[in-house]
Ligand binder design. Structure first.
Ligand SMILES: [Zn+2]
Length: 300
């Protein structure tokens, strides 16, 4: 079954988007500038990464997210690894595929190739020029497509401009594309733009789902309801265009990347998540396999 076929089924899909922070919980160095890409630098950490993917699959994830959040040239450059973008991206996807092979199941599971902002995902003021965005995101998408990912997950995006450039490049490949934004407390994209405007320009590009991620769990309902209204699709006779939602637990930190807290235990997380009007629901930074287990039973 392809990802698009699964997306058309009535069942919700569960996504794991918390590999980076889970690496940190399991003792892998996730210090900046490499952050989660550290796990691809040696065999010991790569094994831990694969184990994390496997634990999420056993917990019930239908979609696992590749550890490619920071395997692009610009993120690798400060550590002297800019020339290794393709190699590390390929390695991350291979590890995700190996995890699926190691956890047999009778239901289909999918590998989402993760792409985020070129610069810091919480700093819309740093979004580079259109030329840089085109050039560098184009390389990232080529690297992911070469590996045969099932979908491209454009996540934690902070401006419409960068989202549109990535979505144009990604949809041109024919691989399904999901776009997810990071919002402020009021439900606006961090750039200050509205999700209604984002949906207005992104849906016509042929993306397969749109939504929000990496915001505090209690804050996600508001932007999701806005998207629900913005995406009512006349072409599908009033059926809801697929939305995606996965919240975080903890907070971003300039020095270490992310600080895990346990402010939302799995039950508390699911009290929010099970009400989100989204087709794909999961966990972002700071959530754990226990959150996915709880989510799976809550969504049944
Ligand atoms: Zn996150």
């Amino acid at each position: 079954m392809t990802f698009l076929t699964a997306l058309a089924q009535p069942e919700k899909l569960i996504l794991d988007g918390a590999t980076g922070t889970e690496l940190n919980r399991r003792g892998v160095d996730t210090g900046l500038p490499l952050w989660s890409a550290n796990a691809l630098m040696n065999d010991r950490d790569a094994k831990i990464l694969q184990q994390i993917h496997e634990d999420y699959l056993r917990a019930g994830a239908d979609i696992i997210t590749t550890n490619t959040f920071r395997t692009h040239r610009r993120a690798l450059a400060p550590s002297g690894n800019a020339g290794r973008a393709r190699e590390l991206t390929h390695r991350a996807v291979e590890i995700a595929r190996a995890a699926i092979a190691n956890v047999p199941s009778d239901k289909p599971r999918f590998v989402a190739g993760s792409i985020s902002t070129l610069e810091d995902c919480y700093r819309p003021d740093l979004v580079p020029s259109d030329d840089e965005l085109l050039d560098e995101h184009s390389d990232r998408i080529v690297d992911l497509i070469e590996c045969g990912v099932d979908l491209i997950l454009v996540e934690t995006i902070n401006s419409i401009r960068e989202a549109v450039i990535i979505a144009r490049l990604a949809t041109a490949t024919g691989t399904p594309v999901v776009v997810s934004f990071v919002c402020d407390r009021e439900g606006r994209i961090l750039s200050g733009e509205s999700l209604t405007d984002a949906a207005g320009v992104l849906l016509p590009l042929g993306i397969s789902a749109i939504g929000v991620n990496c915001g505090p769990t209690p804050n996600l309902a508001k932007p999701l309801f806005e998207l629900q209204v913005a995406c009512l699709d006349a072409r599908t006779s009033g059926h809801q265009f697929p939305l995606i939602a996965y919240g975080n637990i903890g907070y971003a930190d300039d020095a270490v990347g992310w600080v895990n807290t346990d402010s939302e235990n799995p039950k508390a997380y699911c009290e929010h998540a099970s009400h989100w009007p989204a087709k794909i629901i999961g966990g972002c930074c700071g959530t754990t396999p226990e959150h996915i287990t709880e989510l799976k039973s809550a969504l049944k």
